[in-house]
Write a protein that binds this ligand. Structure first.
Ligand SMILES: Nc1ncnc2c1ncn2[C@@H]1O[C@H](COP(=O)(O)OP(=O)(O)OP(=O)(O)O)[C@@H](O)[C@H]1O
Ligand SMILES: [Mg+2]
Length: 599
């Protein structure tokens, strides 16, 4: 077996201007913090530059905190943020109470109400700021595109607020995977190919023995990509190289995968399980590999993979030589083997309900109700940690695995309702369209009507449609679904508010709303009830609305949606004082919610 030296550049070749820019970032600390994104192709040298920054930062006396995203899904919401902030969590008691609770709930360290993502992000910033009072902090984030979504959002929030802190944040993102960080106004440094002189230097460092013709060929193929300059010579010698029509990434993946053939079966099993895993703990990976192999697999199975330069490891963690090793391994194995690896991980992850259900889901083609149920349950874990987007993903995947049509539709609609809470009309539309293909219960049909209604794809003022909505509301009231009923009625009222549908229709809405509320306990206490009346009949119902609104003190209302509705109806009946009072408070509360991008 050939032993391949794991190339870690002692010094970087080229990249002078990029390094100068990173030094500027460090020099500005402690007075002025900043953030920077390094964007570029796979293998172009982002991680190397980041490592260089970390070294320079340590030499300069800064504290370095780091986290890296990895490709497999199944990561818990905020898993990345916990990894990043773990070393400074001891400062958590210095945070304001609401932030402290939000952060600890997001990490499931303390039980508490589902945290608002805004508060979690604010707490992350606060924690870093506290820790930075001791020494400046440099946050290095590698492969941000593969962080769990809530962590990525939170870091994009933090990155935009560092000017007056002794904190710098530098993140790498692979080109073509733009996300929250690149879409925020954080400056982006594009990392391009090495120039010809630098390319030659890297090549001769790693393949001094190549003849001139081969060297020219590899220089041309590598196009200034340093990973290619390091890896292609070995592949070239082993005749494991694809022709120039295959994209460079794929060729590099295949070059790594070619080394698998030389390895013992147990090593291939460990590599596959490690590639499929969303964490890097040796114990977990060996346990999974043992289940995949059908016999115990010990740490010695890692050695051959380390010897051919595919990974490195210590007693606790495994680290792939490069992300393309991971994707290369997954590509080289069959789909069935990949599924078996996920199934093995699912079994090995006893006690990690969330990750377990995601790995089991990836072990399946078609339907599996047991796994579908487990994923539906894990949506509540996501909600508890404050991530509605992860909850939506879990429900959607759960629906795909569900055999019963009505249940599948119900799960899609539940996901759609969460998407509505986030204001994501695009996702609501996609989910409702999918749910409508299912054999829905009457109540769920009414739900689709409402979900379609809230983004109002019809014509405002359409009298027939408004009467239809009132009729569906009556059905849903009889079925006992208060939320849905009130939502439908409010939807009907809003249609005539935007464009008058005529006195008859307005009176009809009020009549139906009052009748339902008279029959069902608790309806008249709901903010949607009074809002429906006031929005439908701003003039004729003004007296009734005032009577209902006057006992309500804005400062006693904590729910931002309720405040917004009260503000809306106060405005409808022409009460500017109450309008400002309610809406002012609603804004404060809404800012605390998950609309990070809007802040
Ligand atoms: N400036 C450089 N000088 C010498 N070698 C380099 C340089 N940049 C990168 N390399 C080599 O190329 C390899 C790939 O670089 P790196 O891992 O930083 O790529 P990357 O941009 O992070 O890729 P990915 O997007 O896949 O994570 C490194 O392991 C190193 O061997
Ligand atoms: Mg990298």
């Amino acid at each position: 077996m050939t032993t391949i030296e794991v190339p870690r550049p002692a010094t970087l070749v080229g990249r002078d201007s990029e390094i100068a820019r990173l030094k500027d970032v460090l020099r500005a600390l402690p007075d002025a913090g900043s953030a920077l994104v390094l964007l570029g192709d796979a293998g172009i040298g982002k991680s190397c530059l980041l490592e260089e920054l970390a070294n320079l930062a340590r030499q300069a006396g800064a504290r370095v905190l780091d986290v890296a995203g990895i490709e497999p899904e199944a990561q818990l919401p905020f898993a990345g943020l916990l990894q990043l902030l773990g070393p400074v969590l001891n400062h958590v008691d210095a945070l304001p109470q609401s932030q402290r609770r939000a952060l600890l709930a997001a990490f499931e360290i303390e039980a508490g109400p589902a945290p608002q993502p805004f508060l979690v992000a604010l707490a992350a910033l606060g924690l870093l700021t506290e820790a930075a009072a001791v020494a400046p902090i440099v946050v290095v984030v590698d492969d941000a595109q593969w962080l769990d979504g809530p962590t990525h959002d939170a870091l994009a929030f933090v990155a935009r607020r560092l000017e007056r802190t002794p904190i710098a944040l530098v993140a790498t993102v692979r080109a073509g995977h733009e996300g929250p960080l690149t879409r925020s106004d954080v400056p982006v440094q594009l990392l391009g190919a090495l120039d010809d002189a630098a390319s030659r230097q890297v090549l001769s460092r790693h393949a001094a023995d190549l003849n001139r013709a081969d060297r020219i060929r590899i220089l041309a193929e590598a196009e200034g990509n340093p990973l290619a300059l390091v890896e292609l010579p070995a592949a070239w010698r082993a005749r494991a190289i694809d022709d120039g029509f295959v994209p460079l990434n794929t060729r590099l993946e295949r070059a790594f995968a070619a080394r698998l053939h030389e390895l013992p079966a147990a090593t291939r099993d460990v590599l596959l399980v490690a590639a499929a895993d969303d964490e890097d703990a040796v114990a977990e990976i060996l346990a999974g590999a043992g289940l995949l192999a059908g016999r115990p697999v010990g740490v010695e199975a890692l050695e051959p993979a380390s010897a051919v330069g595919l990974l490195s490891y210590d007693a606790r963690r495994i680290s792939f030589r490069h992300p393309l090793v991971r994707s290369g391994i997954l590509q080289a194995e069959t789909m069935m083997r990949r599924q078996q690896a996920h199934a093995a991980l699912g079994d090995a992850l006893d006690g990690h309900a969330y990750r377990r259900s995601w790995h089991r889901a990836q072990a399946i083609v078609g339907v599996d109700d047991e796994v579908a149920d487990a994923l539906e349950e894990s949506h509540t874990i996501a909600l508890r940690r404050g991530s509605v987007t992860s909850a939506i993903r879990a429900l959607e995947r759960s629906a795909q695995l569900t055999s019963d049509s009505a249940r599948r539709g119900r799960r899609l609609l539940l996901a759609a309702e969460h998407a509505f809470g986030l204001g994501r009309a695009d996702i609501v539309d996609r989910l409702v369209t999918a749910a409508e293909k299912d054999d829905l219960s009457d109540l769920d049909r009414a739900r689709t009507e409402w979900l379609r209604e809230i983004f109002n794809d019809g014509i405002p003022g359409d009298a027939a449609r408004i009467r239809e909505l009132c009729a569906i509301a009556q059905q849903s009231a009889s079925a006992g679904d208060r939320d849905l009923t009130l939502n439908l009625l409010l939807g009907a009222a809003l249609r005539t508010w935007w464009a008058d549908a005529g006195a008859d229709v307005r009176a009809h809405i009020v009549e139906v709303t009052e009748r339902i509320a008279a029959q069902q306990a608790g309806y008249d206490k709901d903010p949607r009830f009074v809002t429906t009346l006031g929005v439908a009949e701003a003039v004729l119902a003004a007296g009734r609305v005032t009577e209902l609104l006057s006992p309500i003190a804005a400062e006693a209302v904590t729910d931002p949606d309720a405040l917004r509705l009260y503000g809306m109806v106060a405005h409808a009946i022409g009460d500017p004082v109450r309008t400002c009072d309610f809406l002012g408070r609603a804004e404060t509360r809404l800012r605390e919610q998950g609309r990070l991008g809007l802040l």
